[in-house]
Design a protein around this ligand. Structure first.
Ligand code: IMP
Length: 177
């Protein structure tokens, strides 16, 4: 029988997200206001977070995306990371800030950091809205971290389960009914 995972439980409200983004943006603005950084979003999950944080940041910056895939609609990482969209901006000598929705196993972020470091940027740092340390398979640096979340599958605010729930303005965890 197919599992029904449609029970949504609020974990982080939209007000909490807004407050956290203001805090993160204040720190990032302080560090990057005169460096014209390139913010690199990792779609699809980070698109809402990226859109919100750049508007609060309000500093000169570039934006690009690097696409990797490991989930394919399941709740567990396949462990095999694939590059599905290459960066187009030349980042040699630039300060790069990777914008992630969630760091779970860390495998995707580790892959992204390896790809970026081969392009000889001046620096690479990471901003992740959510950190799920319980599933970590590899140590990765998170320089600007929003919320630590428990070992649950979370959705909303850009994050999906099988392409559902990205539209939610808050973050929930999914439970079997
Ligand atoms: P990682 O490689 O396991 O760290 O995770 C890579 C990507 O999987 C994240 O950027 C998310 O897009 C997705 N992901 C990991 N955990 C969750 C979750 O709990 N909910 C939704 N997406 C997730």
């Amino acid at each position: 029988m197919e599992r029904c995972l449609s029970k949504l439980n609020t974990l982080i409200t939209s007000e909490q997200i807004e407050t956290k983004i203001a805090e993160l943006a204040a720190r990032i603005r302080e560090d990057y206001h005169d460096r014209n950084p390139v913010l690199v979003g990792v779609p699809k999950g980070s698109f809402v977070f990226l859109a919100d944080i750049v508007r609060v940041l309000d500093i000169p910056l570039g934006i690009d995306f690097i696409g990797v895939s490991s989930y394919r609609g399941r709740m567990e990482s396949s462990g095999e990371i694939e590059l599905i969209q290459a960066l187009r901006t030349p980042i040699a000598g630039r300060d790069v800030l990777v914008i992630e929705d969630i760091v779970d196993t860390g495998l995707s972020l580790n892959y992204v950091l390896n790809v970026l470091s081969q392009k000889t940027p001046a620096s690479v740092k990471v901003c992740a809205l959510l950190d799920k340390p319980s599933k970590r398979k590899i140590t990765v640096p998170i320089d600007y971290s929003g919320f630590t979340v428990p070992d649950k599958f979370v959705v909303g605010y850009g994050l999906d389960f099988d392409e559902q729930y990205r539209y939610l303005s808050h973050i929930c965890y999914l439970e079997e009914k």
